[in-house]
Design a protein around this ligand. Structure first.
Ligand code: ATP
Ligand code: MG
Length: 596
């Protein structure tokens, strides 16, 4: 993994918030960030108010808030004023159904205007919103509704019939199911979202909201095991807003597109809340991934800031024609684009550089978790990029690498931890609690929550190292790291090296137990168009990785697999590769992508 740096010839503006605050980085405090929020007129803080009402109060109701692109490419625009009316109606709908503050409203929806009305209406009403992936199967939907004590579910007729109807009798707490969109025949025990909305008044005053009131419930991606329900409070909006300024360089005049599914935390924090608090115009694509469509949206909508994920970047890379054939991106005008960022998985250096070639801009990697609620570490706007690094902690974030103990995690004897001061040493990434979007618990799982803390630190479960200049480098999940012949091998480093080979589209690397070495490194590789699996290519890839990584770290075995197991948020599930390899039970597969 190179230590090369992409210097920005003309650096973008200083991160807007820092400059607006009139502060040097060291002077930033969350208290100061909090003082920049509008706040409820009667005191308190409410996410929905910051995203919608504050713009109305400031006379910006006519600005476009959402630009929804239908599957048929139709474009419908909603202003901030429209959003205020829609979300007011939904807040009234909840009141009329007798749903009280702090009760849970779930969505099982793709990206659509009704989603925004429901999410922000719920938050403005002081109830709690929990989004689910619309692609979840029936059992994952049921278990989350049950664990989250869902009182209301908003979904479509088709999704209801396919995923909920049969299991409804096992959900006694689920009182109301509201169906959006056209309904051919209203199923028993369901209500029409549209009819309820039409009958509701379009003015609603956000009630007093304590910043510590629960606002959002987010299930984790389930990459490492059974998903956990992370609880977030209204105060989180302080961090959503500030970090979107620092890490995404959002300004009110931006046209912004976040490709994350609204069913996971990025799709909420940075697909709904943060951009709207900045007053930007959000592009909402109701369609599926398609390279040509995506380039067209970037171009036609004049997207200026784009937030996506490594899996999408790799799909664009994979879809690109081979050299010499002319490139797709040559046919699209991407001149409005000025900032691109990615999250969710490590971003291979190859992908950062691809951005520079194909989009004319490098991709800025940033790191965070469902638990942290907002971006913590980033290659942010005002600094150079180190391809392969997740960047540096944002203002207000204290991050450290902690020494690993017996079990590979940071907790040492007596529950103590030790901060590694020396550069380039791998340890567990930890954060000093205290930022506003920090999760306040795993719902109904107190012990699991408490196990995340030691000695005044929040332990992330990820391994990282810090270089001499303070950049953080992701090594792997604590569970995924491989010990081979005395070496600690991070799967990410091996995957990135393999991806530099022109044949490789994606890779997932695991350790396979070996009597001599402890573990040997095995890579599962999917190939780009024009390449087929064969023993010659396998030998070539092994030799290629050896030249880059040395024999101790390079994979000893390679298997070709065009369908690497992934979570629905696009992360390679190495635990599933490992379980399949060893013939072990595969564990919780509720978030596995694909049929079954
Ligand atoms: P679960 O906790 O259920 O196993 P998950 O950890 O994948 O699932 P998320 O909260 O969605 O659930 O993902 C956060 C994790 O994603 C991080 O802990 C890290 O392992 C990985 N991640 C996110 N961004 C990056 C990044 N930029 N580089 C490397 N890894 C990242
Ligand atoms: Mg996690």
């Amino acid at each position: 993994m190179g230590q090369d740096i992409i210097h920005k010839p003309s650096r973008p503006r200083v991160p807007p918030n820092l400059r607006d605050y009139g502060l040097a980085r060291a002077e930033f405090t969350w208290e100061r960030a909090r003082s920049r929020m509008a706040g409820l007129p009667g005191g308190g803080l409410n996410i929905g108010y910051e995203a919608v009402d504050r713009h109305i109060a400031a006379g910006r109701g006519g600005r476009p808030a959402l630009r929804c692109i239908g599957r048929d490419d139709s474009v419908t625009t909603y202003t901030y004023g429209d959003l205020a009316r829609l979300t007011s109606r939904f807040a009234h709908v909840l009141h009329r159904l007798g749903v009280t503050r702090q009760e849970r409203v779930f969505t099982l929806l793709g990206r659509c205007p009704e989603l925004y009305a429901t999410v922000l209406g719920t938050l403005r009403a002081g109830s709690v919103l929990c989004p689910l992936f619309s692609a979840f199967g029936p059992e994952p939907v049921r278990s989350r509704l049950e664990l989250g004590n869902a009182r209301v579910l908003v979904t479509t007729e088709a999704l209801y019939r396919r995923k909920v109807a049969e299991l409804r009798p096992r959900l006694p707490e689920l009182e109301h199911v509201l169906l959006v969109g056209p309904v051919t025949e209203q199923p028993a025990d369901t209500l029409s979202w549209t009819a309820l909305m039409d009958a509701a008044p379009q003015h609603f005053t956000v009630p007093a909201t304590d910043p510590e009131d629960m606002a959002l419930l987010h299930f984790t991606s389930g990459t490492t095991g059974a998903p956990k329900g992370a609880v977030h409070v209204h105060d989180a909006v302080v961090a959503h807003h500030a970090t979107a300024g620092f890490a995404l360089d959002l300004h009110p005049e931006d046209v912004y597109w976040c490709t994350a599914d609204p069913g996971w935390v990025t799709g909420m924090s940075y697909g709904v809340v943060a951009p709207l608090t900045h007053g930007v115009t959000l592009v909402v694509d109701e369609g599926e991934f398609d390279a040509r469509r995506w380039y067209r949206i970037l171009s036609e909508q004049k997207v200026s800031v784009w937030y996506t994920a490594p899996t999408a970047v790799r799909m664009l890379m994979r879809g690109a024609p081979r050299e010499g054939a002319g490139t797709l991106q040559d046919t699209f005008d991407l001149s409005a684009l000025r900032f691109v960022a990615s999250v969710g998985e490590p971003l291979n250096p190859e992908a950062v550089r691809w951005g520079q070639d194909a989009l004319g801009l490098p991709v800025h990697d940033n790191w965070w978790q469902t638990e942290t609620g907002s971006i913590m570490i980033a290659n942010f706007a005002a600094c150079d990029i180190r391809p392969g690094s997740m960047g540096r902690p944002l203002p207000g974030v204290e991050a450290a690498v902690l020494e690993r103990g017996e079990n590979g995690r940071a907790r040492l004897a007596g529950g103590r931890v030790r901060v590694v001061e020396e550069p380039e040493v791998t340890g567990e990434l930890a954060l000093r609690p205290g930022w506003p979007s920090m999760f306040r618990g795993y719902l109904h799982e107190r012990e699991r929550y408490e196990a995340c803390f030691a000695d005044g630190w929040y332990l992330t479960g990820d391994l990282a190292r810090k270089d001499r200049d303070g950049w953080f480098w992701f090594v792997g999940r604590a569970d995924d790291v491989i010990k081979s012949a005395g070496h600690l091998v991070g799967p990410f480093e091996v995957e990135s090296a393999l991806m530099e080979h022109p044949a490789v589209a994606e890779a997932g690397v695991i350790g396979r137990p070996d009597p001599l070495a402890g573990s040997i490194v095995k890579a599962f590789v999917s190939l780009r168009p024009g390449y087929g699996p064969d023993p010659v290519l396998e030998r070539e890839l092994i030799a290629f990785a050896r030249r880059r990584l040395g024999p101790a770290v390079a994979p000893r075995e390679i298997a070709f697999d065009q369908n690497l197991p992934k979570t629905r948020s696009g992360k390679v599930m190495r635990r599933v590769l490992r379980a399949r390899e060893l013939g072990l039970p595969q564990g919780d597969l509720s978030t596995l992508e694909g049929p079954g």
